[in-house]
Design a protein around this ligand. Structure first.
Ligand code: HPA
Length: 246
């Protein structure tokens, strides 16, 4: 297995701190162009390839991200494991703003996105097992790195993926809470399923940017999102410093 680990950076993480860039590669794929150049380098001594999910600069909204091209490009680059960083809204009480969460389940509410590699020129119809959408090994590594860094990571939670780019209504969030969602984000799918289709290990480190709609009085503001993401990303940097998987 290749030792290269991929990090997909979401909102608030267009660039990695302490990342020594060695090479940039502008790849194209049978599915079109990935969101940005792949950036190869070293992060605390480990070989890493970084991809900015929303482009660099940050201009691609969640429903326009070419998830297939991104996953294909990372696989072609030799990555076998993907750590996906994603900004989310918190729905249940443990998911407070600025916390880091390692979800263990997801529900997909997105629509109209190219969501599989298995649709054309098939020799057989293919159904991947997706009972556990996140890699247990990568999740365990994230939780252990968080523990070593002295961070209070949330272990587990259901990530609900909405279409965006607008935020949700309070009624939509209430419905998601009834469905069992703990977090709401816009990019978790089809990214996770496409990684599974390509046999890549995939786990998510979610950074809570705000209480989801209706979970706090008043509107959700960009200022609060930015402030919470800044705190969360500082913790993420600390986590990465305390151990990338061997
Ligand atoms: N909803 C969906 N996606 C998000 C949110 C939210 O409240 N906050 C950050 N990403």
């Amino acid at each position: 297995m290749s030792n290269l680990i991929a990090i997909i950076g979401g909102t608030g993480l267009a660039r990695l701190e302490h990342f020594t860039v060695e090479e940039r590669e502008c790849l194209t794929t049978p599915y079109g162009d990935p969101s940005a150049d792949l950036v190869f380098g070293r992060l605390y001594g480990r070989e890493v390839v970084f991809l900015a999910r929303h482009g660099d600069p940050h201009i691609i909204p969640p429903h326009k991200v070419n998830y297939r091209a991104n996953i294909w490009a990372l696989k072609t680059a030799g990555a076998s494991r993907i750590l996906a960083v994603a900004a989310v809204g918190g729905i249940t009480s443990r998911m407070a703003p600025a916390r880091l969460v390692v979800p263990d389940q997801l529900i997909d509410y997105s629509y109209g996105r190219a969501q599989t590699f298995f649709e054309d020129n098939l020799r057989a119809v293919t159904h991947i097992d997706f009972s556990a959408p996140y890699s247990p090994g990568l999740r365990a590594w994230l939780l252990e790195a968080g523990r070593k860094a002295g961070l209070d990571l949330v272990d587990g939670g259901v990530y609900g993926c909405t279409q965006g780019p607008r935020l949700e209504t309070a009624a939509e969030i209430a419905r998601m809470a009834r469905d069992g969602c703990d977090l709401v984000g816009m990019t978790g799918m089809p990214e996770a399923a496409l990684a599974r289709e390509q046999n890549l290990e995939y786990a998510c480190c979610a950074v809570v940017a705000n209480w989801a709609a209706g979970k706090q009085p008043g509107e959700i503001t960009l200022a609060e999102i930015e402030a919470n993401l800044e705190r969360g990303m500082a913790d993420l940097a600390c986590l990465l410093q305390h151990g990338l998987p061997a």
